[in-house]
Ligand binder design. Structure first.
Ligand code: SF4
Length: 376
């Protein structure tokens, strides 16, 4: 495997990894598939039934790639009530969902108690739903609000019912890229993002890592970002065994947002190349997700042959990347299963910890309506 790029069994160096971007795509994808098969069942592709809830779109960070945020005074600024969030979770429960991914803007007008009360409310009213919420940027906002450290903030949120943190805001863990004037000068820094994730992992909270390509970064900067993650994962696994459960990459979405025309973005070829490089570099992260909401089903299916072992989640609702041009539409479980089967894999429903919890009845699920209705 990747014999031309690293000594057999050796870890990829940064130079090795940069060189991977020059390899023919299908050779690279083949090596990444081999690396995936060594870590996870090569015949199986997993998926999660979940939904996103974006509790508030008020934000004071102002990323140029974001079409979601509003200032407090804009007409369509909102903060959902606990009851409105609860209705969304009931819809999730009705389709067998197990996880809500809850993110909002960095809203300085919400007191810290609001978050604690929300978590308690959800724990009481929706005890079977895992709550993964508040990316490091939001946690940083809460530290400013309260004067507490991120560990203190996280400890209180965990006591109120928080199960994990989404990997939002990872983007590119290279400050020269993330803080560039055309991207987001006010964004949480790489060191802060990694430190808050490390705090969360130390407390036993679940975490994932995300990455966005297409800001105009070089292959060396993409690799630098991956190496920061690999190093952080090494430390987490050595210190307490709770590191990033999964890695998810997608391409910058630019439609109708301020960064449009100022960043090159990235197409399907670069995305697939990057999924494969990520799988090979992140040899200490077990799961790599394909991103159908940003790349579409066909490219996401192809990513399953380039190192991805998971098709992501049904996402009953998504309001962030879809407001910057992503082609997201809610995907019922049946469609997830169809995409996985059409790509030649066996689908398995998982929980957000990547435990397989169910094997769907593919024949019944994909039967044409008439056949499904016929008597046995
Ligand atoms: S990406 Fe997040 S932090 Fe940046 S403007 Fe949008 S909501 Fe705010």
């Amino acid at each position: 495997m990747i014999a031309s790029d690293a000594p057999s069994g050796a870890r990829l160096t940064s130079d090795d990894a940069v060189a991977l971007y020059r390899r023919p795509l299908f050779d690279l994808a083949g090596d990444a598939f081999e690396a995936r098969a060594a870590r996870t069942d090569a015949a199986v592709v997993t998926y999660l039934i979940d939904r996103n809830v974006n509790y508030s779109n008020v934000c004071n960070v102002g990323c140029a790639f974001c079409g979601f945020y509003r200032t407090r005074r804009q007409d369509d600024a909102y903060t959902l009530s606990f009851e409105e969030i609860s209705v969304k979770l009931r819809e999730l429960e009705a389709v067998g969902g197990t996880r809500v991914l809850m993110q909002g803007g960095v809203n300085p007008y919400l007191p810290f108690e609001w978050y604690l009360d929300l978590l308690s409310y959800l724990g009481t009213n929706h005890p079977t739903i895992r709550v993964e919420a508040f990316s490091p940027e939001e946690i940083k906002g809460m530290t400013k609000l309260t004067g507490m450290t991120s560990t203190e903030v996280l400890r209180e949120l965990q006591a109120a019912g928080l199960d994990g943190l989404p990997g939002g805001g990872g983007e590119m863990l290279v400050d020269a890229v993330r803080h560039a004037s055309h991207v987001s000068p006010a964004r949480i820094s790489t060191d802060e993002w990694l430190a808050i994730m490390a705090d969360a992992q130390r407390l036993g909270l679940y975490t994932t890592a995300t990455m966005v390509i297409g800001f105009g970064e070089s292959p060396a900067q993409r690799v630098e970002s991956l190496m920061r993650l690999r190093d952080a994962q090494d430390r987490a696994l050595a210190e307490h065994g709770n590191g990033y459960s999964a890695f998810i990459a997608w391409t910058l979405q630019t439609k109708g947002v301020r960064i449009e025309g100022k960043a090159p973005g990235a197409g399907a070829f670069e995305y697939l190349q990057h999924v494969a490089v990520s799988r090979l570099v992140l040899d200490n992260v077990a799961n790599v997700q394909a991103s159908w909401p940003t790349m579409g089903y066909k490219v996401a299916q192809t990513a399953l042959f380039a190192g991805a072992n998971d098709f992501g989640s049904t996402m009953l609702e998504e309001n962030v990347v879809s407001q910057a041009g992503a082609t997201h539409r809610a995907t019922p479980e049946r469609e997830m299963v169809r995409q996985i089967v059409d790509a030649g894999f066996e689908p398995r429903q998982r929980d957000s910890l990547y435990n397989v919890i169910r094997t769907p009845d593919v024949a019944a699920m994909l039967a044409p309506p008439a056949a499904a209705a016929a008597p046995a």
